[in-house]
Design a protein around this ligand. Structure first.
Ligand SMILES: Cc1cc2nc3c(=O)[nH]c(=O)nc-3n(C[C@H](O)[C@H](O)[C@H](O)COP(=O)(O)OP(=O)(O)OC[C@H]3O[C@@H](n4cnc5c(N)ncnc54)[C@H](O)[C@@H]3O)c2cc1C
Ligand SMILES: *[C@@H]1O[C@H](CO)[C@@H](O)[C@H](O)[C@H]1NC(C)=O
Ligand SMILES: *[C@@H]1O[C@H](CO)[C@@H](O)[C@H](O)[C@H]1NC(C)=O
Length: 433
């Protein structure tokens, strides 16, 4: 899968306490020859981990020797990259049938705790019952969530976001409800907090999404002095032009200090009246060095704990030999998932493990009705804009990131040595041409 994502927003991997034992002497031995891989999370990384693990066990004709279990609240893949679009309630994809056909067990629930000493996880079901599930290899694929800085008063109660399925659905409902309120500057203004990847995609989509009779004013506020601080200078003139032509205002060097039911206050003291403040940013000045992402080695194994792998947004992994790290993006989560699943199974089957590596990188930023801009490499040189770029983005969002329904096709795609981002880009260009 290709095309990424980079964002000035701060995302934190979901925290799950791992309790490490001091001695492995008392570790309970597995009871049977059937080994179990447990995967926490049914996002892009978790789904592809499960498929890649099953693929290897089938290829080696040892399918019955490995149980594969995925634990997540629901057997749905949330299509997070599309949560800026309208109709958020349609942005899930069931993986129930695919799991069943691939002999992947699904346990609905949330993992509260990992006990690395016992090789168990504590699962809480939707109804609140707790149970314990043992593993031989664990893959942590619990994703990330956007940071809401506590220093901004009112942010917890009053800000919307598009980080999760539920929050995007809530925003959608709120936008539809605005028309039932009497017209006022606060009703007719939407403030997008953050001009990173997510903020720009959302703001440029809003003119299409907002009820026409609002005649809405859309304002983006960003603490940095530049639009898309992490998107590099290359695409910036195009982004600026798109915002201007779509009539979206932006205020740079303008950190948000407070959000309430009727407005957003900036550090300058300026207040923008709005009933719709949408948080897409974070305000942690430290580099995104993944302080709380789990550090993993080349095989995506959590360095300190032999039986545990981390993948997707939850892992801090080297992507190449030039000092680049995997971003919190689908573009990275999919291949990481394939490698972590392959490696967990390989480890149990005595097959060789694969290093995770991703040298090419493309960033595909949607600009609403204006178009799309695609930039290449870590220096983010613009390589495509306009209608063709838009078709590439639609292909990625509407086709590429959805797992196939056919099992054989899914196993083919679960090959951990799939096409790199540049090769994939060429394939997509041919598909949409
Ligand atoms: C608005 C938006 C736009 C984006 N746009 C792009 C884009 O254009 N291109 C791109 O490449 N990327 C984009 N991304 C990033 C991309 O969505 C993420 O990088 C990707 O979803 C990460 O996959 P993941 O599997 O690691 O985590 P997720 O997809 O977040 O999945 C995590 C899974 O873990 C489950 N889970 C969490 N905690 C627990 C627990 N305790 N127990 C059990 N299960 C748990 C969740 O329910 C979920 O199933 C975007 C993200 C957002 C929010
Ligand atoms: C919204 O999503 C639902 C569920 O997928 C779908 O049935 C409906 O047609 C979609 N509506 C629009 C306007 O796209
Ligand atoms: C929108 O209005 C409906 C109907 O009054 C209500 O049930 C819903 O909670 C409202 N949504 C939001 C986000 O306030």
């Amino acid at each position: 899968m290709a095309f990424a994502y980079s964002n000035s927003a701060e995302y934190l991997p979901r925290r799950l306490g791992i309790e490490e034992g001091t001695s492995s002497i008392f570790r309970i031995a597995a009871h049977s020859h059937v080994k179990k891989i447990v995967i926490i999370g049914a996002g892009f990384a978790g789904v592809w981990s499960a498929l890649a693990a099953r693929r290897l066990s089938k290829l080696t004709e040892r399918e019955t020797e490995i149980d594969i279990v995925v634990i997540a609240p629901k057997p749905f893949l949330v299509i997070r990259p599309r949560l800026y679009e309208a109709n958020a309630s349609g942005m899930t994809h069931s993986v129930e049938a695919l799991f069943k056909d691939s002999k992947i067990e699904f346990i609905p629930g949330t993992v509260d705790k990992i006990n690395a000493q016992d090789n168990t996880v504590l699962v809480r079901s939707i109804s609140g019952d707790a149970s314990t599930v043992g593993y031989d290899r664990l893959i942590l694929a619990a994703g990330s969530s956007v940071v809401r800085p506590k220093s901004i008063s009112g942010i917890q109660q009053h800000a919307f976001d598009i980080d999760s399925f539920d929050s995007a659905v809530k925003l959608e409902s709120h936008l539809q409800n605005l028309t039932s309120l009497p017209s006022s500057p606060a009703r007719n203004t939407v403030v997008v907090c953050g001009a990173g990847f997510t903020g720009i995609e959302l703001a440029t989509e809003l003119p299409k999404r907002l009820p026409k009779d609002l005649n809405a004013r859309i304002v983006m506020v960003e603490s940095a002095d530049q639009l898309g601080p992490e998107l590099g200078p290359g695409p910036r003139p195009i982004i600026t032009q798109a915002l201007n032509e779509l009539g979206i205002e932006f205020k740079l060097g303008s950190p948000v200090t407070a959000i309430d039911a009727d407005g957003v206050t900036l550090a300058s003291g300026e207040r923008i009246e709005t009933k719709t403040a949408i948080w897409t940013a974070g305000q942690i000045p430290a580099p995104r060095d993944g302080l709380s992402r789990l550090h993993v080695g080349q095989n995506l194994r959590v360095s300190s704990v032999g039986n545990i792998f981390a993948t997707g947004d939850a892992a801090y992994a080297t992507a190449d030999t030039n000092g680049h790290f995997a971003l919190m993006s689908c573009q990275h989560a999919l291949p990481m998932g394939r490698v972590s699943g392959h490696n967990a199974a390989a480890d149990l089957l005595g097959e060789s493990l694969m290093p995770y590596e991703q040298t090419s990188y493309n960033c595909c930023l949607d600009l609403g009705a204006w178009g799309t801009v695609i930039s290449e490499g870590w220096i983010r040189e613009v390589k495509l804009t306009g209608d063709l770029a838009k078709r590439v983005k639609c292909f990625i969002n509407q086709r590429l990131i959805y797992p196939p329904t056919d099992v054989a096709e899914a196993f083919t795609m679960a090959n951990p040595t799939g096409p790199d981002s540049d090769q994939l880009f060429e394939q997509i260009l041919q598909a949409v041409a």
